[in-house]
Design a binder for this molecule. Sequence first.
Ligand code: PLP
Length: 434
Amino acid sequence: MRREASARLFARAARILPGGVNSPVRAFKAVEGPPLFIDRGEGAYLVDVDGNRFVDHVLSWGPLILGHAHPAVVSALHRASMRGTSYGAPCEAEVELATEIRERMPALEMIRMVNSGTEAVMSALRLARAFTGRSRIVKFEGCYHGHADPMLVRSGSGVATLALPDSPGVPEGSVADTLLARFNDASSVEDLFDEHPDGIAAVIVEPVAGNMGLVLPHADFLPRLRALTERHGALLVFDEVMTGFRVGAGGAQGRYGVRPDLTTLGKVIGGGLPVGALGGRADIMEMLAPSGPVYQAGTLSGNPLAMEAGLATLRKLALPGTWARLETQGRRTAEILRAEADAAAVAMQIVNVGSMFGLFFAEAEVCDWTAAAACDRAMFSRFFRGMLENGVYLAPSPFEAGFVSTAHGDAELERLADAARAALGTARRVSRTD
Ligand code: PLP
């Protein structure tokens, strides 16, 4: 595979962008080698600047559920941009997108649009603290909620990839009110409520964890979080930035039938443009300025291009049969990986929900961060490189989820199977000679 043009651009980038990238996981540090510089995306494929073509299972880290450059999104953007790219004043598309979201997630009685998932979480936590008059927040080890200071404690995603348990520059004071619990262990949350009976404002959770690899909630985990938060007067915040409209037509809250007080969204609802949103109970949301005293604002919030891309995406997803096709594609992707791992006699745990999948090189099911962190990272790195060599682009880290889109079909499944067969064969041979 030719990598010269990417390598040249990376060398140039490294002289002007820290680490050569604008977001850490893109740098391929966990898997070695320079990152690919992308020339274009076409449906289920990415084409890099050397002309290599890959089946894309990253899909911009989740947003591109219709694949790259879907005609409905491109033409919505074209139409919208002809009318101006930003107004800094209200427009109809903001109301339309909020309405479409609420139809799919009725728990979001009111919604505020922002520009990223990080911003959505930051604002949701401020709101939860203001509403409850309490300051402590419970988060789970291995869950990632963006890079706002109070959430940079035992985060997954890039923080885990780079082995940074937290970050320099985050003052102790700003994480002093962050309490840590174990994913899939509601009793660890109960213990925290016992220790801080009237101090916890909110429990924030990725209802399906997608930033320590993909980890599904056990059947009683989310219902118990709901019951515990209710009993102790704290808010339950579902961070559905990744799972929102990825694990089902109503997000994780629809799939698992648990109604949170607040929800954060991003990724899919912006159709590939920068967007985030927070929403939830009207009595809480009404505390946001200008209805209430909790300050939150944004120059580009509700940007018309982002709103139109999101609307086009959600409307396409609502067409009959679309969800069933995505579910099938996700399930078959997992089945293929499982079959190839079995054939190669490699211990690999494959997880799938909706249009997301995940894999761990581990002997037993992975239910929390301790187990995820213990997976065989060197094996993942070899597998990743093998997949790339064979034309499949996975997230360059063992602690990320994989995605499929409506543009993925049988041809991409075949390429996945061929690539996995080759990559697992090589990865296993190397591990035996290590
Ligand atoms: N929350 C979750 C669950 C995420 O997966 C992410 C990003 O991957 C974020 C928050 C942060 O979103 P953003 O990168 O848009 O700031």
